[in-house]
Design a protein around this ligand. Structure first.
Ligand SMILES: [Zn+2]
Length: 397
């Protein structure tokens, strides 16, 4: 059974019943226009007292439960959709690798490249597809830089639902191949991700479908929450610092939501510091965090296409999460990213996307600034597989 009890607006605090709203807070989104960060993103609220009881019962019944069993239980307790609706293509429960070899001290690497479509986005797609199944909706649309589209295409194929994709024409070839092989309907947008975002909003306003645009549908954040729940189950406690590749800011918000939920249910009161690893040219969230004033990124242009965003949809919520967790935003260059990507691949065996490698580059900066405590537990979220963008990899020899 689901303990989901409704929605709360992250801006004005107004609460809504399940099925009373679908996307943004109707009050706060009145002044929203495409091309600006979303206003009135909704968060899911649960019956935390009931979850606390259920978790205690589980802990008593299975005192030596392994991380996988704990993950299954936590993800079910904190899911807004019943498990019976989940598509028949498991996502999540990805490895957390304790590495000594990467930088000569312990670092934990959460590798989500092993998800069915090769990225963290499968967590969000899975939940939105489950919701479409619950509602009997046969079509889902999304905008994407590539990964969310590839992901939605795969999960929709598993559930027999039509996927409609709006993606920039210059998305990496492998991601476009993924979309096509899963038989999704692909609309290439001659522009940026931000243009694709607006096109997908327009499409869902005129078609009988569900919109999976990131942060627009609250279940995208809920789906991305599961990575945070998994960290708790795998480490037996939440870590001290979590480095997250950040474009739109939604993975960051999702992981923060895991902390809030666990805290509300009295399971842990820890609040790890979140670090937004951003590219210099796509740094709207970092600038916002520094100055308190929102401004679009000037001209996103980076090898890390997955985090190349001019107008982050979850900018307001992401900065709130950075402040609440006493985290920070860090800018890295393409050169730092490509060097970190090679270091990860050659020292740990993990071939991740450039955007994922931004976390290691950001870690080096944070370490140099003396910002990381000794003996702290640090997690790098490696959210996508390197094979998705082999063009990005350059060799000197
Ligand atoms: Zn509101």
């Amino acid at each position: 059974m689901s303990y989901f009890s409704g929605y709360r607006c992250t801006r004005c605090g107004h609460e809504y019943e399940p099925d009373q709203v679908t996307y943004l807070c109707p009050i706060c989104s009145r002044t929203y226009q495409p091309g600006m960060p979303l206003l009135g993103i909704l968060e899911c609220v649960f019956d935390y007292a009931q979850i606390a009881v259920a978790w205690e019962e589980f802990s008593i019944a299975f005192p030596s439960a392994n991380p996988t069993q704990k993950i299954e239980e936590l993800c079910e307790l904190f899911s807004p959709v019943d498990k019976e609706y989940y598509p028949n293509l498991p996502v999540g429960n990805t490895p957390l690798i304790c590495s000594q070899s990467l930088v000569g001290e312990t670092l934990y690497l959460k590798f989500d490249g092993v998800n069915p479509s090769g990225s963290y986005k499968d967590r969000a797609s899975s939940l939105v597809v489950a919701e479409a199944k619950r509602l009997g909706i046969k079509e889902i649309v999304t905008a994407s830089t590539g990964n969310a589209a590839a992901s939605l295409s795969a999960l929709c194929a598993a559930a027999g639902i039509k996927a409609v994709i709006f993606a920039p024409a210059k998305a990496p070839a492998a991601k476009l191949v993924q979309i096509k092989i899963h038989k999704a309907e692909l609309h290439l947008v001659d522009g940026t991700y931000d243009d694709a975002f607006a096109a997908a909003l327009e499409y869902s306003a005129t078609h009988d479908c569900l919109n999976r645009n990131t942060a627009y549908h609250p279940f995208t954040i809920e789906g991305k929450k599961t990575g945070g729940l998994e960290l708790y189950a795998q480490l037996g406690e939440l870590p001290d610092y979590i480095f997250v590749p950040t474009g739109d800011g939604v993975i960051l918000c999702g992981i923060a939501k895991a902390f809030y939920d666990l805290k509300e249910a009295g399971i842990t009161d820890r609040l790890p510091a979140l670090v937004a690893a951003q590219v210099e040219s796509s740094d709207a969230i970092t600038s916002y965090w520094e100055t308190g004033v929102y401004q679009d990124a000037k001209k996103p242009h980076t090898v890390a296409d997955s985090i190349s965003v001019r107008t982050p949809s979850a900018a307001h919520l992401a900065v709130k999460a950075l402040k609440a967790t006493h985290g920070m935003g860090i800018r890295v260059s393409d050169a730092e990213i490509l060097s970190a990507q090679k270091m990860l691949a050659s020292r740990t065996g993990i071939f991740c996307e450039p955007s994922s490698a931004a976390t290691l580059a950001a870690y080096f900066q944070a370490r140099e600034q003396g910002w990381i405590r000794d003996e702290a537990k640090v997690v790098l979220m490696l959210t996508g597989h390197g094979l998705k963008d082999i063009e990005a990899v350059k060799f000197d020899d």
